[in-house]
Design a protein around this ligand. Sequence first.
Ligand SMILES: *[C@@H]1O[C@H](CO)[C@@H](O)[C@H](O)[C@H]1NC(C)=O
Ligand SMILES: *[C@@H]1O[C@H](CO)[C@@H](O)[C@H](O)[C@H]1NC(C)=O
Ligand SMILES: *[C@@H]1O[C@H](CO)[C@@H](O)[C@H](O)[C@H]1NC(C)=O
Ligand SMILES: *[C@@H]1O[C@H](CO)[C@@H](O)[C@H](O)[C@H]1NC(C)=O
Ligand SMILES: *[C@@H]1O[C@H](CO)[C@@H](O)[C@H](O)[C@H]1NC(C)=O
Ligand SMILES: *[C@@H]1O[C@H](CO)[C@@H](O)[C@H](O)[C@H]1NC(C)=O
Ligand SMILES: *[C@@H]1O[C@H](CO)[C@@H](O)[C@H](O)[C@H]1NC(C)=O
Ligand SMILES: *[C@@H]1O[C@H](CO)[C@@H](O)[C@H](O)[C@H]1NC(C)=O
Ligand SMILES: *[C@@H]1O[C@H](CO)[C@@H](O)[C@H](O)[C@H]1NC(C)=O
Length: 488
Amino acid sequence: MMLLGHLLLLFGSFSFALGAFVGINIGTDLSTLPSPEQVVAILRSHRITHVRLFDADNHLLSALSDTEIEVMVSVTNEEVLRIGQSPSAAAFWINKNVAAFVPATNITAIAVGSEVLSTIPNAAPVLVPAMKNLHKALVAASLNYPVKVSTPMSMDIIPKPFPPSTATFNSSWNSTVSEILNFLRTTNSFFMLNAYPYYGYVQTNGIFPIEYALFQPLTPVKQIVDPNTLFHYDSMFDAMVDATYNSISAYNNLVIPIVVTETGWPGAGGANERDATVENAETFNNNLIKRVLNNSGPPSQPTVPINTYIYELFNEDNKPDPPSEKSYGVYFSNGSSVYTFSMDTLGDNMAKNASGGFCVARKGANKSSLQDGLNWACGPGQANCSAVQPGQPCYMPDTVENHASYAYNDYYQRMRSVGGTCDFSGTAVTTMVDPSYGSCIFTGSTNSSIGGMVTPSLGPEGPPGNISPGQVPDIWYLFLGAVVLLLV
Ligand SMILES: *[C@@H]1O[C@H](CO)[C@@H](O)[C@H](O)[C@H]1NC(C)=O
Ligand SMILES: *[C@@H]1O[C@H](CO)[C@@H](O)[C@H](O)[C@H]1NC(C)=O
Ligand SMILES: *[C@@H]1O[C@H](CO)[C@@H](O)[C@H](O)[C@H]1NC(C)=O
Ligand SMILES: *[C@@H]1O[C@H](CO)[C@@H](O)[C@H](O)[C@H]1NC(C)=O
Ligand SMILES: *[C@@H]1O[C@H](CO)[C@@H](O)[C@H](O)[C@H]1NC(C)=O
Ligand SMILES: *[C@@H]1O[C@H](CO)[C@@H](O)[C@H](O)[C@H]1NC(C)=O
Ligand SMILES: *[C@@H]1O[C@H](CO)[C@@H](O)[C@H](O)[C@H]1NC(C)=O
Ligand SMILES: *[C@@H]1O[C@H](CO)[C@@H](O)[C@H](O)[C@H]1NC(C)=O
Ligand SMILES: *[C@@H]1O[C@H](CO)[C@@H](O)[C@H](O)[C@H]1NC(C)=O
């Protein structure tokens, strides 16, 4: 039994490492924020599988239900103090923002605060207590296994990140960092890192070639090599992650998997931000996706993939200056991408040959509302409902849910491109899983003659939801003395 327990534990901690993912941060500081349902439609149409919220907006969490999108929620910096001081505040937070939504909404992590040590150092003493209180509340709700607790750290707490082999956390934070790492280790959680090569590049004034920051090939005379390990660094992103692995390993040789909770490149900037261009943002984000999805880790941890959340979904025009702060978004609020950009290349199973999603009856939806939706779809909606007639392939099981699913989906596949939505008074949800079974082939299935459209059609903009400040990336100071440009 003991052995089995250990094996399960090992498997548990390593299952994390199978197949890297790229997710996206959803900041909401926009003047025209789409409704939660529209945000989710945009995520689905671009086949985004993982998101991080900067808070725990209950409307968005509810819209994310039954979507298979994995969700990281956040405790805001304003909430950390109260939760760190009060186990009951932590329990209340977990009940309201996590327990109330799982499993329909797949919440898998809680980010406690944002760059607390570098932005609000006075709150450092309550950070670990807050993490512990939240974890205890998860244990009480039997949610500690599926939901991990951690805290995003800025590269600012690693004063000299290059060369990675000699990087260490700022020793002022020695005891707090030690407590955090122990917590992450004992709870089988992961280290959350915000790493912006944009700042690493800009702040070093041309010491590093821009190709290094943008994951572009380096000429033989510009290879970046760590003089101690002789590891070659193809990208600053890899070097930042390795600097963090090395800083962690100074604590009893710990290896705690790193997830990059934020990285990105601004598509526009002010007069003194000339590298903040659409071209560079396009290059960075597309190359980042390729880099992460190749599944390899950084040179010091080659087998641990670098799961990463891009910063961010939309430009947040309400953010304060500098202008680059408002320009990290990869999609406009109407869902079209700011530049050629695709997360469809995700190695995830759901991206495969799907037509862009199916529309089915929501589990547990009110039967009489479903019947109304079914009648509407097959009537005014002009769905082809012949397959759910007696004797036809989709008649059995003869339930209103099943028939509504078929009709809703047929309507959705035909009408999506001209504005048809998957809603039906809230009784419908989209799914990436092909609902076809046996000889009942749903419209839009790869086996069906009728293909689907991918572009979401959004109605008028909804009212802005809860606005919460997103993350402000911090400036990364790089000490130049250790840079090695090997001249071959
Ligand atoms: C939630 O995500 C986890 C991690 O990928 C996965 O194992 C689990 O099956 C998902 N749960 C649901 C209900 O989709
Ligand atoms: C380390 O952190 C302390 C406290 O925030 C700060 O005063 C100091 O400048 C930092 N050291 C370096 C080298 O960044
Ligand atoms: C933490 O600080 C103590 C005392 O300043 C030092 O001896 C120790 O090596 C530090 N630990 C790490 C991992 O830096
Ligand atoms: C994956 O990316 C790393 C870092 O750029 C690179 O060293 C490695 O060769 C790549 N692996 C494959 C299989 O492309
Ligand atoms: C979406 O919005 C952007 C920016 O406002 C605009 O340039 C683009 O044409 C819009 N796309 C569609 C399909 O409406
Ligand atoms: C999707 O299916 C078509 C036709 O069966 C095939 O040509 C194409 O390669 C498939 N695409 C992917 C991404 O599997
Ligand atoms: C379903 O909706 C109808 C009409 O909105 C309502 O009268 C009925 O009480 C609801 N049934 C259930 C079980 O909620
Ligand atoms: C309706 O669907 C059936 C198959 O379920 C098909 O045979 C028929 O041609 C379709 N009718 C129209 C008008 O598309
Ligand atoms: C689609 O067709 C293939 C080959 O005929 C079959 O193996 C597969 O199960 C079908 N898929 C569905 C969803 O019916």
